[in-house]
Design a protein around this ligand. Structure first.
Ligand SMILES: Cc1cc2nc3c(=O)[nH]c(=O)nc-3n(C[C@H](O)[C@H](O)[C@H](O)COP(=O)(O)OP(=O)(O)OC[C@H]3O[C@@H](n4cnc5c(N)ncnc54)[C@H](O)[C@@H]3O)c2cc1C
Length: 418
């Protein structure tokens, strides 16, 4: 910027990761453009459960997890489904997922995620301050419910690993659960309270608000699809769009969620990313009130009290990005929810499916390109995109400004499975 012109940054993707990155980069004084192919309002960053799950540092691929998988797949109410026609495409991801489940790798990923999520709340503050969006953030903790002591004991390794990495939690008996959440029925046998947890009462309002604020602060938001990336003087310099635009940049940030590797591949940066599709239903008149976000451990779904009603969601479906949604999964989750919340009114709900961009080791990619020093990647946040959005935005702005940070980005590098 020494010649008086601002460096141009182009971000592909206007989900939570692109928006947080754009907002931090604007603060550094760059000329920032975000290009997004869909109207805002329906993507993964809008319809999710809204949690800032700052304590969720343990990856999904745990030692011995594979033993549970056949049971989950066979159970029609189970948390996991795989479309058989998708199996061949899914195998490379599955292979790396299983490889990531050895204890040494799990402990390494947990340690990296503990540092990453330490500032999950604090890094949102500069983005929300003076925008009116702070009121969306509720920091009331969460309760994880178990149907039996056996269930809680089964998760011993998870809780032990969390504790060894500095996560605070408190065990609750049934009486203590009901003091906090009187709407829960007999299924709630025991639980765990995690104070360092919060949620946005409308992730969609967060995304819309961040986009408005970004534009108010001088950022450009364009709606078009990037189809190719062209080189000038041996460097990527122009993104060519479906609508015929040629978007020039000094630095490119790829934050395209589950579609990111379609673009990274064009630049020679392969990475095995898949999508864990998830479902939810938002009930406008649930007839039950929850004070905290509630997680149901054995059945693997969550309930979030939102401004527009109670959102019941979860599930993991491997079917690729293109397959049509199977909204029966929403019904399945409502059936389960009624077992825990006997007075729940499941009527008039809005059903939704979203695509989590998931890496095999549950660690996102926040990384420079292997080949081009002006290309940066920010994708693969899986279940934790809202949680890690602001931390990622800050990390990307530090990377481009070449500022030293306390976050060691080696575990987040795109080359880690090479
Ligand atoms: C059911 C469910 C519940 C969840 N709950 C939580 C939760 O409670 N807490 C939490 O932290 N996370 C949660 N998540 C995960 C979270 O929603 C995601 O991790 C996050 O939204 C990913 O954000 P993103 O910006 O990377 O991707 P997206 O939000 O998918 O944004 C990427 C954008 O890039 C655009 N794009 C792609 N290719 C191109 C192109 N070529 N040109 C232009 N634009 C392009 C896409 O249209 C898309 O809008 C949940 C997810 C699901 C499905």
């Amino acid at each position: 910027m020494g010649d008086g012109t601002k460096k141009k940054i182009l971000i592909i993707g206007s989900g939570i990761i692109g928006l947080c990155s754009g907002s931090y980069l604007l603060k550094d004084g760059y000329d920032v453009t975000i290009v997004e192919r869909e109207p805002l309002g329906d993507g993964a960053s809008c319809g999710n459960a809204g949690a800032i799950a700052a304590t969720e540092i343990v990856p999904f691929a745990l030692p011995g997890l594979w033993k549970d998988v056949p049971g989950w797949l066979l159970d029609p109410l189970g948390p996991l489904s795989l479309r058989l026609s998708y199996l061949p495409q899914f195998l490379p991801w599955l292979y790396l997922f299983l490889k990531s489940s050895n204890q040494k790798k799990v402990e390494k990923s947990t340690k990296a995620m503990a540092v990453f999520l330490k500032n999950a709340f604090d890094d949102y503050r500069p983005l929300l301050g003076n925008t009116g969006l702070e009121s969306l953030l509720k920091k009331e903790g969460s309760i994880m419910i178990y149907k039996s002591e056996k269930g809680r004991t089964k998760d011993r390794y998870f809780w032990d690993l969390s504790q060894r990495n500095g996560i605070e939690f408190h065990h609750l008996n049934r009486r203590e659960i009901l003091e906090r959440e009187p709407a829960l029925g007999e299924q709630a046998h025991c639980g765990v309270y995690q104070p360092n947890w919060g949620h946005f009462a409308s992730p969609c309002d967060l995304v819309m608000g961040l986009s408005n604020e970004f534009q108010k602060q001088g950022g450009n938001q364009i709606f078009d699809e990037v189809e190719s990336i062209e080189f000038k003087d041996n460097k990527p310099r122009i993104a060519r769009t479906k609508g015929g635009q040629a978007l020039e940049f000094d630095h490119l940030v790829i934050a395209a969620g589950a579609w990111s590797t379609r673009l990274s591949k064009k630049l020679g940066d392969n990475f095995i990313l898949d999508t864990e599709r998830g479902y939810n239903t938002t009930l406008p008149t649930p007839d039950v009130e929850l004070n905290n976000m509630v997680l149901f451990a054995e059945d693997k779904f969550v309930a979030t009290p939102m401004n527009m009603g109670l959102r019941i969601g979860g599930a993991v479906e491997f079917a690729g990005v293109e397959a049509k949604p199977n909204y029966d999964r929403c019904e399945t989750l409502l059936t389960l929810a009624k077992e825990y919340l006997p007075n729940l009114n499941g009527k008039d709900g809005t059903k939704w499916m979203g695509r989590r961009p998931s890496t095999p080791d549950s660690v996102p990619v926040i990384s420079p390109s292997r080949h081009h020093d002006n290309v940066h990647y920010a994708f693969g946040h899986g279940h934790l995109g809202i949680t890690g959005g602001a931390v990622t935005g800050r990390a990307i702005s530090d990377m481009i400004a070449k500022r030293p940070t306390e976050l060691d980005l080696a575990p987040f590098h795109i080359n880690r499975f090479d």
